[in-house]
Design a protein around this ligand. Structure first.
Ligand code: TYM
Length: 348
């Protein structure tokens, strides 16, 4: 039995980091599942997680739809995988609470995402305790909700980018805590599946990951960007003045990032190091031209399909409805086991 679960925040159209770090793997796993009926796939748009950064509700409604349309555009097929909005599965919030009752505050306080938030606010010269008081509980307990997303389907495999590694470790910690506290084995520890292109870097600062929250639009490529936009952004990508092409992610992160991207789209499956050999006598502009072409070709179909799904709300609705039904069924099964294990299943 192989149960795959993964999720993305509804921040609109995914960028190249989301695509190469996560979504392209989801598609690859779907190709496997088509051949093997023992593989079940669940992919979620996590709108409850999005509430940790509050914004206008109209914007959330719109970006949820965009994200769902993008998942269909990359080739995920509602026949083969359950696509759904997290908030539709009411059992998730239920499991979140139960997991919270066996989660350690200490462990949660050590999570990188939380610590970086604390530090940011401390830098504004508020006293540490006041900075802490101003932070929201949802951000602190974010990893528990993420664990609930995964554990509710008793997922065995979770394909994600490198930045989610720690959250996945925490999910396994939740399983250990829950199973040992309640003397059960009903929850399943998931394996983290990381793509070869585990970390795509920002085009404007290649020492930071490509991110949706970067205010610089030029720092990322969205998977539906027009050819001219792709060309402009790659042309402007920060590299270095060392000349020639070598693959050295530590010393030459900008060039390495371009080679990673090129490798991910390479039809011959060459590694970044092999591609560096091919470009050894050439310069950054030559590499950039090749990356631009690879991206324009590699994303063309996604862009067309996105257009289609954006104009066909019925296709979106149908996909979401089928996925929700499947996800609720799976979540219901797990919750019965969980409720029995902790003693809240029977009323008398
Ligand atoms: P999110 O929405 O930030 O990102 C979605 C996926 O994209 C990957 N990713 C990257 N991979 C490589 N390079 C990058 N620059 C890059 N940026 C993003 C992420 O690793 C992720 O796989 N907390 C999660 C959402 C979530 C989730 C879950 C994931 C909620 N519940 C349960 C897995 C399982 C998040 O914010 O992802």
């Amino acid at each position: 039995r192989k149960v795959v679960f993964s999720a993305i925040q509804p921040t609109g159209i995914p960028h190249l980091g989301n695509y190469l770090g996560a979504l392209s793997q989801w598609k690859r796993l779907q190709d496997e599942a088509i051949k093997d009926p023992n593989i079940k796939l669940y992919f979620s748009v996590v709108d409850l997680h999005a509430l940790t950064v509050p914004g206008p509700k109209e914007a959330l409604v719109a970006s949820k739809k965009q994200t769902l349309a993008a998942l269909l555009a990359i080739g995920l097929d509602p026949e083969h995988c359950a696509l759904f909005y997290q908030s539709r599965i009411k059992q998730i919030a239920n499991l979140y609470w139960i997991l919270g009752c066996t989660s350690s505050m200490g462990y949660l306080s050590r999570m990188t995402q939380w610590k970086s938030k604390l530090k940011l606010d401390a830098d504004t010269s508020l006293e540490d305790s006041r900075a802490k008081a101003a932070l929201k509980h949802g951000l602190f307990s974010y990893p528990i909700l993420q664990a609930a997303d995964i554990l509710i389907h008793r997922a065995t495999h979770v394909p994600v980018g490198d930045d989610q590694r720690q959250h996945l470790e925490f999910a396994r910690e939740c399983v250990t805590n829950f199973n040992s506290t309640w003397k059960t084995n009903c929850l399943v520890a998931p394996e983290t599946v990381i793509a070869p292109t585990k970390r795509i870097m920002s085009l404007t600062n290649p020492r930071e990951k490509m991110s949706k929250s970067d205010p610089k639009a030029r720092s990322r490529i969205h998977i539906t960007d027009a050819p001219e936009e792709i060309e402009k952004k790659i042309k402007g990508a920060v590299t270095d003045a060392l000349g020639n092409i070598t693959y050295d992610p530590v010393e030459r992160p900008g060039i390495a990032n371009l080679l990673d991207i090129l490798s991910a789209f390479d039809k011959q499956g060459r590694t970044p190091a092999q591609l560096a050999e091919e470009f050894a006598d050439q310069q950054a502009p030559d590499l950039k031209a090749a990356v631009t072409k690879a991206l324009i070709d590699g994303l063309a179909e996604i862009r067309d399909r996105y257009q289609f799904f954006q104009e066909n709300e019925k296709a979106l609705k149908d996909a979401e409805e089928t996925g929700t039904i499947r996800a609720i069924r799976s979540a219901g099964n797990t919750m019965s086991m969980v409720e029995k294990a902790v003693g809240i299943y029977d009323f008398f």
